[in-house]
Write a protein that binds this ligand. Sequence first.
Ligand code: ZN
Length: 227
Amino acid sequence: MHSRETVERALRLSSQGLIDREVARLCGVSLGAVQKWRTGARRSQPEGDLRHFHSCPLCHGRALDHRAYAHLLGLYLGDGHILLCGRGVYQLSLACCDDWPGLTEEAASVMAEVIPTSSVSRRRLRGCTEVKSYSKHWVCLFPQHGPGRKHDREIVLDEWQRKIVEECPGLFVRGLMHSDGYRGTNRIRRHFNGADHWYEYPRYLFKNESHDILNLCGQALDMLGVA
Ligand SMILES: [Zn+2]
């Protein structure tokens, strides 16, 4: 007997396009068990029960967490990239600076919320940690994926993405700032009543090579009433 967790994990991997042999190896079960679960699940369960394994909001109509998506879209446009790994499976990867471990955790958690059926892994690189997840559907969620660098191609949001940004502009800007942004403290001196007075306030900068992405950042800041 295998645990429900193992069966679900196997079905999830199958639904992402992995061959039975690979699923069996990853889950530590026999090839026969994987074949049985996969074909049995297709034959005997009504459509509704399989919805759990259908991972894509666009292809399968699964509900999308708009707040997590707006945040992840900002992270992706700032510092993310999507890579085709073969067999139609894509890797979404975000490079997170090791100076801010809390932001790395936050990136991993929004990635998991956007496609909950794909597990998120981390890889240590020099000075940063790559947070990544595999799914056939990352390209559906980020149709801005294309050959070359983001600043060499046109970045235009689809209508559904634009609506989500309008709904959650703050989280979209949060994603942009946490990937390609900067937050520092400005100190200014004012002299009055015969003495110097110092004031401090946070200062945010966003730097990106793509004019389209800069414009998207500017539009979201306008929605937030930030000049
Ligand atoms: Zn899809």
